[in-house]
Design a protein around this ligand. Structure first.
Ligand code: HEC
Ligand code: HEC
Ligand code: HEC
Ligand code: HEC
Ligand code: HEC
Ligand code: HEC
Length: 468
């Protein structure tokens, strides 16, 4: 008996303590947090589903949550740490959000954040400093119509031809007008009209009378043709600008620029392996389970994702049922039709290229090789000239001149790119050993003279590094 009351007493005391700490921790939950710390926490834990504006990502936007939240502060903490547990409290506000959102978005997942973390997050959500800035810079995102015009007007050769045809039309009609006028003048003067020669003969006569001009024009065309031919030969095997059409009108700018989704979210294996990879349909569903409509294509394009994976957007359920932890295996029973993305970049089989080596070890930005992807619709092979124009936007880009994906391009960069010796202990060690061996070794002295080491100097020009 005594033992039992003892236990009960301790339990009550514990509960009281817990309540007390909870009370302390949740006091001022809306107005005492640290905005900067909150931003980091928000980005790490909440940003994959919530925005701090009114916009919906994979869950309602959190703007105005302080005014909207209709339950106690403690229940807010409970909700974030364990939504389904909080729902069991039976609180009316929580019941209302569950009824309103869960059928569309599914349950919010429990978040491993402390009450203090939540205080900081709420401070940030209410005063997001960079939202003011991105609201302006958000309009910097190129619209899809703009992308298409930029990509299409890049071709100066076409313009040259159009101008040439226009010029010919004008020249011919001017000649015609000239002829009619001369005829009219001649008739007025009572003379015979010009002789009606066939058109060919007239051209031939004119050409003979203007030999110099005609030969100059001829010379120009021969030279122009030679230059075009040379350029054409130099571009054999060059795939710059290649942009195949894709089964879904996926728009990089909508995701990367407007919605600030990191490349890593979809191409994370670029940091871990040779391949950057294309995201599986499950990755799309993290957001598109909720985002059912786009501003440009309405429901049609996003519906293709649902067809591929077998998702009924009206009921919000997977056709073969949702697997454990929301993980979906479309192969199980739904005869889905996987999205068949067309490959854009494709090095020959005899070449070895590793993303991890370049992105993680080399510290290169994706834009150095792929261009300004945040202004693209679908993926395409960037042109080296376009990449060079990005140096202001992405500081640290290495400017190159050879067409992308050619051997010359790889080689040129390996000759220019420096290895950052300071940030890597491994290379620092090599550096020291080289320096110790310097005496009498002219070959090594040449390398170290400029006090920088390029990829080439570490063997980046050896055939076997890139060729199987
Ligand atoms: C996996 C997606 C996901 C993550 C991550 C997530 N939430 Fe949620 N959140 C939801 C969904 C979905 C809802 C709507 C209710 C529901 O369907 O469960 C919601 C609802 C909420 C609400 C109630 C909104 C309202 O209008 O009353 C708050 C507050 C909230 N989340 C805060 C957070 C915070 C803070 C974090 C980060 C620590 C977070 N959420 C992380 C998906 C998420
Ligand atoms: C991190 C969240 C997220 C992921 C992951 C994601 N999307 Fe989106 N997607 C969005 C948002 C937000 C929109 C914008 C809807 C709007 O406002 O137009 C969108 C829009 C779209 C649109 C419609 C564009 C329009 O304007 O009509 C398509 C198509 C689309 N996404 C395809 C995909 C595909 C395919 C994948 C997977 C490879 C994917 N998305 C992954 C968030 C995401
Ligand atoms: C040094 C240049 C370089 C950098 C930096 C680079 N890539 Fe690549 N990327 C390539 C080349 C070359 C290919 C073609 C590979 C092949 O065909 O084997 C490629 C292919 C790809 C593909 C197609 C799928 C695949 O794996 O072949 C994707 C997606 C991609 N890159 C994304 C990225 C992302 C995201 C980043 C930044 C994290 C990045 N790349 C950084 C050169 C680069
Ligand atoms: C929401 C998901 C998503 C994000 C974020 C995203 N991509 Fe992609 N990316 C795709 C999909 C889907 C494709 C395949 C369709 C296509 O080629 O457009 C693709 C294709 C590519 C390709 C061409 C692949 C090939 O076949 O060779 C490159 C390169 C690429 N992305 C680079 C990037 C870079 C760099 C970023 C960040 C600035 C980025 N992507 C962000 C989904 C994404
Ligand atoms: C924009 C610059 C750039 C381009 C373009 C580039 N590389 Fe590299 N590459 C680097 C850097 C920087 C490193 C060194 C990374 C490190 O510190 O180990 C590197 C390293 C390598 C290595 C490892 C070399 C070694 O000594 O171990 C290989 C293999 C390689 N690159 C292949 C390629 C191929 C193939 C291409 C063309 C398809 C290419 N690279 C294009 C910058 C580039
Ligand atoms: C930095 C990486 C790199 C190094 C080092 C390198 N190559 Fe290459 N090589 C490539 C790439 C990438 C291609 C494919 C180019 C293409 O498809 O246009 C290629 C293509 C080739 C081809 C085929 C040409 C063709 O038109 O398909 C030959 C032959 C070749 N390399 C020989 C060599 C020899 C010999 C060496 C050493 C002296 C060497 N490579 C060093 C990257 C490299």
């Amino acid at each position: 008996m005594g033992a039992y009351t003892g236990i009960r007493a301790t339990r009550n005391m514990l509960a009281a303590c817990l309540l007390l700490t909870a009370g302390v921790a949740t006091a001022g939950i809306w107005d005492e947090g640290d905005i900067e710390a909150g931003q980091a926490l928000f980005n790490a834990n909440c940003a994959s589903c919530h925005k701090v504006t009114n916009e919906v990502l994979a869950a309602p936007g959190l703007a105005g949550i302080a005014d909207r939240w209709g339950a106690s502060d403690e229940l807010l903490v409970n909700w974030i740490q364990n939504p389904q547990g909080a729902a069991e409290s039976g609180d009316a506000y929580i019941r209302s959000i569950v009824a309103r959102y869960v059928p569309t978005y599914g349950w919010m997942t429990a978040q491993a954040v402390s009450p203090d973390d939540i205080k900081n997050i709420m401070a940030y959500v209410q005063n997001p400093p960079d939202v003011v800035a991105t609201a302006d810079s958000g309009s910097d995102c190129i619209t899809v119509d703009e992308i298409e015009t930029i990509q299409e007007t890049n071709d100066s050769g076409v313009w040259f031809l159009i101008l040439l045809v226009l010029f010919l039309i004008i020249a011919l009609s001017a000649a015609g007008v000239n002829r009619s006028l001369t005829n009219a003048v001649n008739q007025n003067a009572g003379e015979e009209p010009l002789e009606e020669l066939p058109y060919e003969n007239r051209v031939r006569n004119w050409a003979w009378n203007n030999r110099l001009v005609v030969s100059l024009i001829g010379l120009f065309f021969v030279a122009y043709g030679a230059v075009l031919g040379y350029q054409g030969l130099m571009r054999v095997g060059v795939v710059e600008g290649y942009k195949p059409s894709q089964p879904i009108q996926f728009i990089h700018s909508v995701h990367v620029c407007e919605n600030e989704v990191d490349c890593k979210y979809c191409h994370h294996s670029a940091y871990e392996s040779k391949h950057a990879g294309i995201p599986s349909t499950n990755v799309c569903m993290n957001c598109h389970k909720a985002v059912k409509k786009g501003r440009r294509y309405g429901e049609t394009e996003i519906a293709k994702i649902y067809d591929a994976i077998g998702f009924d957007s009206e009921s919000g359920t997977y056709l073969d049922g949702e697997g454990k932890n929301g993980f979906i295996s479309p192969q199980d029973s739904y005869e889905g039709d996987p999205i068949r993305w067309n490959k854009v970049h494709n090095l020959p089989d005899h070449v070895f290229f590793s993303h991890q080596q370049h992105v993680v070890v080399g510290g290169l930005q994706c834009q150095n090789c792929h261009g300004d992807v945040e202004t693209y619709t679908v993926g395409r092979v960037a042109k080296v000239d376009d990449i060079n124009q990005l140096v202001d936007k992405y500081p640290g880009l290495i400017e190159l001149s050879k067409p992308t994906l050619t051997m010359g391009w790889c080689i040129e960069c390996h000759n220019k790119a420096e290895i950052d010796l300071a940030s890597s202990g491994y290379y620092e060690e090599i550096h020291h050993r080289l320096k110790d061996n310097l005496r009498g070794n002219e070959e090594l002295r040449k390398y170290l003279e400029d006090d920088k080491i390029t990829v080439k100097e570490l063997g980046g020009w050896e055939c076997s590094k890139c060729h199987y």
